[in-house]
Design a protein around this ligand. Structure first.
Ligand code: NAP
Length: 255
């Protein structure tokens, strides 16, 4: 089965990295479900741009019942899901000093629990078909970059990496691969936040200086890596983390 037989669900796909992933999978020929939490109109517009074999579907990935309904909706509209990309995520800055348990719980609910709910919702049909590609979006923060303020976000993404490997172990014999992409610093709403333009441009330059390739990342950089792991031909790659960070040089170490 080639790309044209694939049905992909991309979570958090109305904006940023998820949007680029949805576009790339559609460009390769997959049917695509564009999940959103709040941006319904943007998701609908993207689905319309992607064409007849695309839909927008709302669901809070932190709510397992909503995720189950989303999977039913996608299956009814496009067919059984063969590719899941768990991209939805949130980041709340925090340090040891400023730690807020409520912010940690909110991040865990979307970043880690949301990934679990989505994988649990699609795995039975993938297992019955003997085929599936699951790509999780972690972060290079999980592996130990030194960006201030990402401590607790990094911990939720480290959960994603552990779960990715464990789910790969549980699902491998059923023809399902599970891999993670760990992006570096990518220009999106998440990194821009409310930062005003001259300050943001300086931040982009600062982050570019931390990479070997000398630039900040674009959502398309991540979409390309996701498409590789989601490809029908990538069936012998599983339990892996593909770091796509331009060669970041500020990893915490004992050098
Ligand atoms: P973004 O522009 O802030 O977009 C976040 C997306 O997640 C939005 O589409 C949002 O949906 C969705 N989302 C948030 N909470 C959700 C929920 N409860 N249910 C469903 N969807 C939800 O972020 P981004 O930069 O594209 O990030 C995408 C992923 O890459 C995240 O997992 C992030 O942690 C990871 N990442 C980003 C960077 C970076 O530098 N940007 C680096 C490493 C990893 P709505 O639009 O509908 O609100």
């Amino acid at each position: 089965m080639g790309w044209s037989g694939q049905v992909a669900l991309v979570t958090g796909a109305a904006r940023g990295i998820g949007r680029a992933i949805a576009r790339e999978l559609a460009r390769r020929g997959a049917s695509v479900a564009v999940n959103y939490a709040t941006q319904a109109a943007t998701a609908e517009a993207l689905a319309a741009e992607l064409g007849r074999r695309a839909i927008a579907v709302g669901a809070d990935v932190g709510d397992p019942a909503a995720v189950a309904r989303m999977v039913e909706t996608v299956t009814a509209a496009l067919g059984p899901i063969t590719v899941l990309v768990t991209n939805a995520g949130i980041s709340v800055p925090g340090t040891l000093e400023s730690f807020e348990p409520e912010a940690m719980a909110r991040m865990r609910r979307v970043n880690a629990d949301g990934m679990i709910h989505c994988v649990r919702a699609v795995a039975p049909a993938m297992a019955a078909a003997g085929y599936g590609r699951i790509v999780t979006i972690a972060s290079n923060a999980a592996i130990g970059t030194a960006l201030a303020g990402t401590t607790f976000y990094a911990a939720t993404k480290a959960e994603v990496l552990a779960l990715t490997r464990r789910f790969a172990l549980e699902l491998g014999s059923k023809g399902i691969t599970v891999n993670a992409v760990a992006p570096g610093w990518i220009v999106t709403d998440m990194t821009r936040g409310a930062t005003p333009e001259p300050e943001f441009a300086a931040r982009v330059r600062g982050m570019a200086a931390r990479t070997m390739v000398g630039r900040a990342g674009a959502p398309e950089d991540i979409a390309n890596a996701v498409a590789f792991l989601a490809a029908p031909d990538s069936g012998f790659v599983t339990g892996q983390t593909l770091v796509v960070d331009g060669g970041r040089m500020d990893y915490i170490g004992h050098g």
